[in-house]
Write a protein that binds this ligand. Sequence first.
Ligand code: AMP
Ligand code: MG
Length: 403
Amino acid sequence: MLTPHEALAQILARIPAAGPGDVEEVPLADVAGRVLAREAISDVDLPPFEKSMMDGFAVRSTDCVDAGTTLECVGESRAGVPFGGAVPPGTCIEIFTGAQLPPECDAVEMVERTTRAGSRVTFERAVPGSQHVSHVGEILATGRAVLGPGHRLTPADLSVLASVGYDPVPVYRRLTVSVLTTGDELVPAAATPGTGQIREGNTLYLAGACGRLGCDVRRAGIVPDEASALEAAFGEALEQGDALITTGGVSVGKYDLVGAAFERVGVEPILHKVAIKPGKPIWFGMRGDRPVFGLPGNPVSSLLGFEVFVRPALARLAGAGAEEQTERLGRARWTGPERRSSGRQHNLPARLGTGADGVLELEAIPFRGSSDIVSAARADALCVIPADGSIRTGDLVDYRPLG
Ligand code: AMP
Ligand code: MG
């Protein structure tokens, strides 16, 4: 059986990364969370002029070598309205935060360290060159790359793109992901379950998780455990989405018909089992350039399958960079009791906290297995126990962040 790491590598090797044909120009105001498709290059120096970082007076530092110097104030420079005149030696100008320094001046003293009598300004202390001045291009030089392709844009990045003149912005198109669940026992949340029935939650989890990744979600609901219904639903979902995620029906039971139905609608099977707990029977295949994930039906199994395999795969399909095309893992100290795994990697819901020494810690929470979505929803993380391994109180261990 493949390790989770090997399985992810096999999956990623088959996923086509977004390319030039997937690029669209989107208004800057709408690109938070989208993936940048081309390098963003600055068309300006930042700051574009010698800029005061304080309210006070701009001077020649050579005029203010000694404490107690008095200079004549000959004008004012404020943000957006530079001083137009000359600043002869022995004079200064009043200046405000964000204003341009006159070419003669090389330093600023803050108003709090000066006293003013009419047009005469006395400086409490010597003013060194460059004090409180932000130099041309010190934040960013013209022609420099600020953000690379594959980067998922944060709100702060939007501010950066604005300052370097990007509007609209070349980003990769949004993916449409089809999500459905299979099972004769399943009813929607608003229904009252009959005998032997349960309300289904997996499609809600998957749709929410895909939405947070910036995908549009197409919900295809609940499909019965019946070959022709599955084929019809899969065929339609694959026409309409860039990827398909299903849950349930991928195990070895008599009513686990999903894998065979995928194959009958032309999906090439690539893998069907991974040494991971919960969620061993994961089905992955491709139809053309469209990935198909059959996740197991137990809610924590499908959550884990999404975290470990689907998230990095969708990131690649969406054009996101290498840092997203990988398992999200952190390290923290396990404070729970000793836990052992079998031949598969185990994943246990846990809460993150901080120890008395400031080290990040993972605390065990009660967990009743792969159907215990209540514990998984309360968890901040899944603690990873390596296959055929164990973790003991105080060990530094891997964890998968949730949420
Ligand atoms: P399966 O993978 O189809 O054998 O399902 C395994 C378990 O997960 C069964 O107890 C199902 O009732 C349950 N299950 C399957 N799909 C869902 C779903 N969408 N929401 C909640 N539980 C589910
Ligand atoms: Mg089922």
